[in-house]
Design a protein around this ligand. Sequence first.
Ligand code: FAD
Length: 346
Amino acid sequence: MEQSLIEQYKDVYVFAQQVDNEISPIAFELLGKAKDLANDLNEKVVAVLIGHNVKDLAAQLGAYGADKVIVVDDKELEVYRTEPYTHALASVINEFKPEIMLVGATAIGRDLGPRVSARVQTGLTADCTSLEIGNFPLNPMPGREQKPNQLLMTRPAFGGNTIATIACPDNRPQMATVRPGVMQKIEPIADANPEVVEYNPGFTPDNKYVEILDIVKNVSDVVDIQDAKILVSGGRGVGTPENFKMLEELAEVVGGTVSCSRAVVDAGWKPQDLQVGQTGKTVRPQVYFAIGISGAIQHVAGMEESDLIIAINKDEDAPIFDVADYGIVGDLNKIVPLLTEEIKKA
Ligand code: FAD
């Protein structure tokens, strides 16, 4: 793309995912990050809200940092389908020309992001865990120009064995999908009053390839570990799947949820959606109990931002103690039941 065209693109845009007219938490997280990026660029934060009868949600997006909300409202957008949503977001990009376009790496975002980037002919860095504004290339070779104010998109690569920082210097928008739970939302602004712009690129009913026959909701009373305020996380040191009963009892008395390390998932003791870490979920609870977890770097990457970390491990040199606020050295089979009893009494 020519430099003169690139200069027409401005502002940091966020795809504000909503499902059943409820904004998904990832949208607020992305707005928090977008605000930092927009401050660095001296630009604005714009949320793109796509759906049917969704305009009323714009105020919430303002409260979490959107200066402006572009609403694309159409009957065709009532439930997520790839083609109408791709048409909606790609049309917004072509019409409004964002400098940066952020999409959550949710099931919807992972489907939508790559389609949209192909349609508007730009690059996409998927599943980012860090975003910042900086110069690119980071270490230019002699004679090669270093461009300022690029979006530096960082993500684990090669199965998590290396961390790659990627930029898109020659096309716009700079697009990224971002892992849920990594970015922080801001404290809601009480008197936010975002500009609301309605835009409809026109939709033709598109039932040719995809027709929705039924929607089956996932009914589960298990709290998503990314939403839990307290996590009681077990590792290989727990020993057997049956021993997790101890952790469940502790979780019950502290009002928490059980999660685990990858070793536990690999052993088939717990399902993958409870896994914390680089190839699992990133969590940020108020309290994280790490029980029988060694503290491998890939695990720590997913929980180190927790407010308070309490580790129980029989090995006093276990690396988990390097990130723990409180550490208990000893046999978890003795400590966990004792702790549960004491907390019950309190
Ligand atoms: P171990 O490392 O075996 O640790 C068990 C701990 O329990 C030890 O510290 C031991 O001292 C303690 N213990 C044993 N018995 C007791 C007892 N009775 N009382 C008290 N303490 C006891 N791992 C993740 O967790 N999440 C990821 O997302 C992830 N992604 C990965 C991605 C890649 C590319 C790779 C290569 C690895 C990844 N891993 C991940 C695996 C990671 O490297 C570790 O192997 C894993 O985290 C170890 O799990 P653990 O701590 O439960 O087990």
